[in-house]
Design a protein around this ligand. Structure first.
Ligand code: HEM
Length: 480
């Protein structure tokens, strides 16, 4: 059986109904309302979150939300107590376990049990990873990192989770995660993640392993040099200004807006320009291409939680209306990417600029332009996979971080006003420049804290390729 290691970042305790998870999907806290006019170019006015429990006038809407919240809390409390009661625990079968359970049933206090059995335990039990079995019903009814977090509180930083025939090692201990991701990363591949994302990202950097990953990373990283970042910051300012104007208009009309969707559009617009110089303009328009991007994203998300990979049945993609829609969306995006690559190639052929380390084409400072100008010897298919990977990886994660950060700010007015003061004093009345970024110290801390509380993506996945030792547990790749 293949081993998968979701590396779980523990989320804080919270209760809101709309949280969902996917490996590279943002998890949204809820919708926000942005009710008042923002001050000046960069000012942010009071933002309230529709799921927050303070400050909103009592209305039918908020009463319904309160009831939903209470139900949600009740459901989570029930799940916690089911986990704590051992309902999901797989019994260890060794002799010490049997003795321990029997003595425990006779009422022997656990401290005495631990002491008496520590010498036997030391040899037989310490090498057994705690084991939990997943009740798919309980897991599927909500974002799966919520029950994973509850299981983590009971079973600790590493435990095994069995889902029918599938088995996962869930790791949330930071030192074990570091070992897997960094110190011994060659012993692991992206596994199931690469398989799920193959249809959209091919061998882009996120799903790629080994040699392909090494080569593409070496080609892409130099594109992100200081001058590129400086050019991009200006772009961020322009796109954000468009969003602010939209929010201003909504505020003056007293209209509620759904911030996750607006942040997704903002980051889609930025990524399109930054990566391949394409203006999705999704904040203003709902074009076919924007819908196509979301169709593909939702499909990747659904495939990651589907119990049966029906899309692998050859005839399925020709008869299922949904799969036909996904294929059409993919074709549309790929055609546009192919056109952009061809157009950019022509621009590079015609330009007289010499390529150097900090090369930037003023008219088109995109990563695609850098890659083509560098003379990178790469197939169009690989280039397309790289662009698609950056589009998806960059857009969803950034939107999720923004959404969570503003959700948290809506709950902490004092932090919000301190942040507002810093932004006003550092940025004055101009769009942010690279030299301003270092001065936004409090803003950086706010974003870091938001990412600590709600990391994006919340779960990383790996498959073991070689035997290894994780914490105190030896693991065999053949067992997984
Ligand atoms: C706040 C925003 C972002 C967050 C929180 C974030 C988070 C992450 C994380 C956790 C990974 C590691 C995934 C794994 O190894 O399984 C990753 C990888 C990656 N991200 Fe991001 N990301 C963000 C923004 C972006 C942007 C804007 C882009 C592209 C323009 C991007 C492109 C990538 C790529 C290409 C990889 C694969 C890197 C490699 O394996 O060498 N990300 N990101």
């Amino acid at each position: 059986m293949a081993a998968h290691f979701p590396l779980l970042h523990a989320p804080p305790s919270f209760s809101t109904k709309t949280l969902r998870i996917y490996t590279f999907k943002p998890t949204s806290p809820s919708s926000f309302s942005y009710p008042t006019r923002h001050k000046g170019l960069h000012g942010l006015s009071t933002i309230t979150c529709s799921s927050s429990n303070g400050g909103e006038p009592e209305s039918v809407d908020s009463s319904i939300k309160n009831v939903e919240k209470q139900l949600e809390e009740k459901r989570r409390a029930e799940l916690s107590s089911r986990i704590a009661s051992g309902e999901f625990t797989v019994e260890q079968s060794g002799f010490p376990s049997v003795v321990k359970r029997s003595l425990s049933k006779l009422g022997v206090p656990s401290a005495i049990l631990e002491f008496l059995l520590s010498w036997v335990d030391a040899h037989e039990e310490c090498l057994k990873i705690p084991e939990a079995k997943g009740a798919i019903g309980a897991m599927r009814s909500e974002a799966f990192f919520i029950p994973l977090y509850e299981l983590y509180l009971t079973y600790g930083g590493i435990f095994r989770l069995n889902f029918g025939p599938k088995s996962f090692l869930i790791v949330s201990d930071p030192s074990i995660a570091k070992h897997i991701l960094r110190e011994n990363s060659k012993a692991y591949s992206k596994g199931i993640l690469a398989e799920i994302l193959e249809f959209v990202m091919g061998t882009g950097l996120i799903p790629a392993d080994g040699e392909v990953w090494r080569i593409r990373r070496r080609a892409i990283v130099p594109a992100l040099h200081l001058k590129y970042v400086a050019a991009m910051i200006n772009l961020f300012g322009q796109a954000t200004d468009r969003l602010c104007k939209k929010l201003d208009a909504a505020a003056s009309d007293g209209e509620d807006v759904e911030m996750e969707s607006l942040f997704s559009r903002l980051t889609l617009d930025i990524i399109g320009k930054a990566v391949f110089n394409y203006d999705f303009d999704s904040l203003t328009n709902d074009t076919g291409i924007v819908e196509a991007v979301y169709t593909v994203l939702r499909e990747a998300e659904d495939r990651s939680v589907a119990p049966i990979p029906v899309w692998e049945i050859p005839i399925w993609k020709d008869i299922s209306p949904r799969q036909k829609k996904v294929s059409a969306a993919l074709k549309l995006i790929n055609d546009i990417l192919d056109d952009l690559i061809a157009m950019c190639k022509r621009m590079v052929d015609e330009e007289e600029l010499q390529f150097h380390e900090e090369y930037v084409n003023e008219q088109d400072p995109s990563i695609l332009h850098f890659l083509l100008a560098s003379g990178d010897d790469v197939s169009s298919k690989q280039l397309r996979d790289d662009l698609m990977t950056m589009l998806i990886a960059g857009h969803e994660t950034s939107a999720a971080v923004l959404t969570w950060t503003f959700y948290l700010l809506s709950k902490e007015p004092s932090v919000m006003s301190k942040l507002q003061e810093e932004v006003d004093s550092v940025l004055g009345d101009w769009f942010p420049r690279i030299e301003d970024m270092k001065k936004l110290k409090y803003a950086t801390r706010v974003i870091n804290e938001s990412m600590r509380l709600y990391p994006q993506p919340p779960v990383l996945i790996r498959r073991s390729l070689e035997d290894d030792v994780l914490g105190e547990y030896p693991i065999k790749s053949s067992d997984w």
